[in-house]
Design a protein around this ligand. Structure first.
Ligand code: URA
Length: 217
C-alpha cells in the first residue's frame, strides 16, 4: 500500500499532536545523557533535569537510599504520598512492611540500596505509563550499574516488566532469576509490599523469596 503525501502529513500531524515526537526526543535525550555520568550525584542532577510533566505535580524528587556498596538493590515502582512528602523511597506503609521483611531475614536499610523506576509520584498514585517507564529505564540501568549490586530485586510488576522489558505477568515472573545484557547483576522478581498489605496470605511466598535471596549473598 502506498500512502499519498497528504495522508503521510496527516499521520505525522496526528503523531505530533499526540506528543509522540516529544516522548521520542526525550527518550533519545535520556539515552545520550547517560554517557558522561560516573557518580550518583551526577545521575541525580541529570534526572532532575528530565523534561516531564510528572514533576509538576510532585513535591519532591525521590532518588535512592541505602548502602551505596550494597550487594542487593531493591527496585520499586514510584513514590507514594509519604515518599513524595519526605523525598525518600519506601517510607510509607509499604516501606514499613519492607523493613519488617528485611529484618526477618537479617537485613536492614544499612545493608541494602532502595530506589524506584520513577523518581516522581504519579498524580493520585496512578500506575506509571509505558512512556514514563521507557523514559526512565536508561536512568534505572545507570543507577544499578553505579551501585553494582549482585542482585536486583524487583518489587512488583512495574519494576519487573520495565527492567526485563517483558509483558509476562508478575505471577509468571515471581520467584525466578533473570539476566539482561545491560547489567551484570542477577534480577529477581517478587511481589510488591503494597500487594502484600492487600493480600497478606502471600507474605509466606515473599518471605521464602527473601530467604532465597539472602542465601545467595
Ligand atoms: N511504592 C513504591 O513502589 N515505591 C515507593 O517508594 C513507595 C511505595
Amino acid at each position: 500500500m502506498t500512502l499519498s503525501p497528504q495522508k503521510l502529513r496527516q499521520i505525522a500531524e496526528w503523531f505530533s499532536e499526540a506528543g509522540v515526537f516529544d516522548i521520542i526526543s526525550e527518550q533519545n535525550a535520556a539515552q545520550k545523557s547517560q554517557k558522561g555520568i560516573s557518580t550518583l550525584a551526577e545521575l541525580k542532577t541529570a534526572m532532575a533535569k528530565v523534561n516531564i510533566s510528572l514533576k509538576e505535580c510532585a513535591l519532591n524528587m525521590v532518588f535512592g537510599v541505602g548502602n551505596e556498596s550494597a550487594e542487593i538493590l531493591f527496585l520499586g515502582e514510584a513514590p507514594g504520598a509519604e515518599e513524595d512528602k519526605q523525598g525518600q523511597p519506601f517510607v510509607g506503609q509499604s516501606g514499613q512492611l519492607l523493613d519488617k521483611i528485611l529484618n526477618a531475614v537479617g537485613l536492614d536499610r544499612t545493608k541494602v540500596y532502595i530506589t524506584n523506576i520513577l523518581p516522581w509520584r504519579p498524580p493520585g498514585n496512578r500506575t506509571p505509563t509505558t512512556e514514563e517507564m521507557t523514559l526512565f529505564r536508561p536512568y534505572v540501568l545507570k543507577h544499578i550499574n553505579l551501585i553494582n549490586p549482585k542482585i536486583v530485586v524487583c518489587l512488583g510488576g512495574t519494576a519487573s516488566k520495565t527492567l526485563l522489558q517483558t509483558n509476562e505477568s508478575l505471577s509468571q515472573l515471581r520467584g525466578r532469576f533473570f539476566g539482561i545484557d545491560e547489567i551484570s547483576a542477577r534480577i529477581f522478581a517478587t511481589f510488591h509490599p503494597a500487594y502484600l498489605l492487600r493480600s497478606p496470605s502471600q507474605k509466606r511466598e515473599v518471605w521464602m523469596d527473601f530467604l532465597r535471596i539472602k542465601s545467595l549473598l
